[in-house]
Ligand binder design. Structure first.
Ligand SMILES: Cc1cc2nc3c(=O)[nH]c(=O)nc-3n(C[C@H](O)[C@H](O)[C@H](O)COP(=O)(O)O)c2cc1C
Length: 510
């Protein structure tokens, strides 16, 4: 068999597997002539992940293929090939596999089976199922190339508790446990597994758990806990434990942040990643520019960009002068200043035809030229503009009034005041929304992370333009997306706020 590496997996022999193989060869010699008795109790079944397949080539080469996996075995002994097919079909215990190989080709081929299992293990494609009285209880499935099954075992009289990072969800009609600490997931197949999982909400040892759930033996509890322990889902409940992990860096992660981080980056999952266009032909993409539903619009001032390119303040001066200013001047911002600011930060400069419809180009960068961000302005004080909530139309460069300073909009202003150390009521609050489906129509696994990156680049563009114009800018760290959706009449799932920024005139001090 080829000693090759795939997917960054170093093909170091797993001596446990190989040693097990030799020991088992000896054992098998005692019972090979008889089929293994089908156990009425506990067994550990190995199988292959469902996203891999065997490709048997006429050259008698056998390849294992799957996401990020293309591993070629040199010609395999017939018995080992039969075992591989069995693993792919419905799985088997090591004992059953050894029996199969021995039946096909004799006991001398069993070590080849273990070499094959070693390669499968290194490729992270082996699933482990606890079977009890013929029925599967739970299965551990590797989900990343960093998965290494360590074979940890719980101590039966030591209490364990679920890690605070574990969560349960329905996926393809199965109950699945996942955790952002884990490189594997665990599928729960029956009520005993679900009950055991639920009872681990408080620290319990194997004996206590088997008493809490009737009909579940200590042996079965132990096997289930071993599975969870090897999937980083269980924590030993030592005094002072935190039901997650006591490592100081881990303690400071909140559940949702670590889940978002691990699932929106590559590494800790096997999900499709990047521009996959998974809704192509199923859902129409949103138009490149948001259609305006409001009839009354206010055209805005357009600065002379050519003139600014030659005569504006030097770039390094602007960069060095930029700072967050939370207090605004006596004189309100003017409509002309607001127009210039929006034109220089967010207008549509260009529409571009692409394979998948129109894209655009604006003053700040955007992944895939998607430009899903929209700007709304809450006008509190602005010369020549009545107070209220407006939407900025980046193509026509105009404002469309949505409503006046009603109680919801006033609450948004109030929140911005609190967030900026209550220095002063902002003259203008700019609320950035995202039209979420624009990004998720193309990108998978990373859509929301991409949106937040876009908010960051837009913030910096706004800071620099405001500084160059002698205005007072300050980004805000958070806001109420539900309240904004309600105030602007938006569907929370389709478009709502992802960022806030305040803008006003510069406060002259002596
Ligand atoms: C993403 C982001 C969020 C921020 N959130 C707030 C905020 O909620 N309230 C606030 O007063 N300042 C906020 N700021 C401004 C920072 O406090 C400020 O950038 C930082 O103190 C550095 O000061 P400087 O911007 O004057 O260089 C935020 C800045 C950024 C980039």
């Amino acid at each position: 068999m080829a000693d090759q590496t795939t997917n960054g997996v170093t093909a170091q022999p797993d001596w446990n597997f190989l040693l097990d193989g030799f020991l088992l060869t000896l054992q098998v010699s005692f019972f090979t002539l008889n089929q293994p008795q089908i156990s009425m109790s506990l067994s550990h079944v190995l199988s292959l992940r469902q996203d891999v397949k065997l490709v048997e080539r006429p050259s008698s080469e056998v390849a294992l293929q799957g996401p990020q996996i293309d591993f070629v075995f040199n010609p395999l002994p017939t018995g080992v090939l039969a075992a591989l097919r069995k693993l792919l079909a419905d799985g088997a215990t090591e004992q059953e596999l050894s029996y199969l190989v021995t039946q096909e080709e004799g006991i001398s081929v069993v070590p080849y089976l273990y070499l094959c299992l070693y390669h499968l293990n290194a490729l992270n494609v082996i699933c482990r199922t606890i079977r009890y009285n013929h029925f599967p209880l739970a299965t551990l499935i590797p989900i990343s190339s960093q998965h290494h099954y360590q074979g940890y075992e719980v101590i039966p009289d030591t209490p364990y508790v679920l890690s605070r990072f574990v969560y349960c969800r329905q996926e393809n009609n199965q109950i699945v446990l996942e955790s952002p600490l884990a490189h594997e997931k665990v599928v729960l197949h029956n009520w005993q597994a679900s009950a055991l999982w639920a009872e681990l909400k408080v620290p319990r040892n194997c004996y206590e758990l088997s008493q809490v759930i009737s009909g579940v033996s200590v042996e079965l509890v132990e096997a289930f806990l071993n599975l969870l322990l090897n999937a980083q889902m269980l924590v030993e409940a030592i005094p002072g434990y935190e039901s997650g992990n006591n490592h100081p860096a881990v303690v400071q992660w909140e559940f949702h942040d670590l889940l978002f981080h691990s699932r929106s980056r590559l590494g800790r999952h096997a999900n499709p990643y990047g521009g996959t266009y998974r809704f192509l032909g199923k859902i129409e993409p949103l138009p490149v520019v948001k259609p305006e539903s409001v009839m009354v619009t206010i055209p805005l001032f357009e600065p002379d960009i050519q003139h600014l390119q030659k005569n504006d303040l030097p770039f390094t001066y602007v960069l060095e002068q930029r700072r967050s200013i939370r207090q605004h001047g006596e004189r309100p911002l003017t409509q002309q200043q607001l127009g210039e600011f929006l034109f220089r930060t967010a207008r549509v400069k260009l529409l571009v035809q692409s394979e998948h419809g129109h894209l655009s180009n604006r003053p700040y960068p955007s992944g895939g030229a998607i430009y899903e961000l929209e700007l709304y302005t809450v006008i509190n004080q602005c010369a020549d503009l009545s107070a209220g909530l407006y939407h900025y139309c980046p193509q026509k460069h105009e404002l469309a009034q949505i409503c006046d300073l009603n109680p919801s909009v006033q609450t948004l202003l109030e929140a911005a005041w609190h967030t900026t150390e209550r220095k002063c009521r902002p003259q203008v609050l700019i609320i950035i929304t995202a039209r979420f489906p624009k990004v998720s129509w193309k990108y998978q696994s990373m859509a929301y992370a991409l949106i937040l990156k876009h908010v960051g680049v837009l913030y910096q563009t706004m800071y620099l333009v405001a500084t160059a114009m002698g205005l007072a800018p300050c980004a805000l760290g958070g806001g109420d997306s539900d309240l904004f959706a309600q105030a602007a009449g938006l569907d929370y799932y389709k478009e709502t706020s992802v960022g806030e920024f305040i803008l006003g005139s510069y406060l002259e001090t002596d």
